[in-house]
Design a protein around this ligand. Structure first.
Ligand code: FEO
Length: 170
């Protein structure tokens, strides 16, 4: 049996990951409206990854006979007007998600729940990558997004991102 606090935090994280997917769909839609289909693709793939994250938390709870409760997913909070807005909001959001994962880890550590700690190890590493990717996007946009040719090339690069299933399986 999972510790109650740990189980609650894991269930809350299902909602947080689904919210992340919803937020990135919002970003993808913003770029589609701007005619930047590469950026739109990048965030569509990101949304798929977030759905996968949510499903990993669901599966982990199910594997541990812990109930899964699907709560309402909030409306995406970010209001977008500039092409840079999703990128900075995305970086800020990933830093927030990292803090959530660390909070669950801390609760698992306090209850000597080594199984959950091992499960979360993948997410700790993943969050490092997520923050790096989000930060790289901001830097690239600052460097190359200022003129139309640079933006075109960057959009083409982001359009090449393809979805792949998570390396963690449960
Ligand atoms: Fe599921 Fe982007 O963290």
């Amino acid at each position: 049996m999972l510790n109650e606090k740990v189980a609650n935090l894991l269930n809350t994280q299902v909602n947080k990951e689904l919210y992340s997917a919803y937020l990135y769909l919002h970003f993808s839609n913003f770029y589609t409206e701007q005619g930047l289909n590469g950026f739109a693709n990048w965030y569509m793939v990101q949304a798929q990854e977030e759905r996968d994250h949510a499903m990993l938390f669901v599966k982990y709870l199910q594997n541990n006979d812990s109930p899964v409760v699907y709560e309402a997913v909030e409306k995406p909070a970010a209001s977008l007007s500039d092409k840079m807005d999703p990128l900075t909001a995305g970086l800020e959001h990933e830093r927030y998600v990292t803090s959530l994962i660390h909070t669950i880890y801390e609760a698992a550590y306090e209850s000597r729940d080594f199984r959950t700690m091992q499960f979360l190890d993948w997410f700790v590493k993943e969050q490092g990558e997520e923050e790096t990717n989000a930060s790289d996007l901001v830097k690239k946009m600052e460097l190359f997004g200022g003129d139309s040719k640079g933006l075109y090339m960057l959009d083409a690069e982001l359009g090449a991102r393809a979805y792949s299933a998570p390396s963690l399986t449960l």
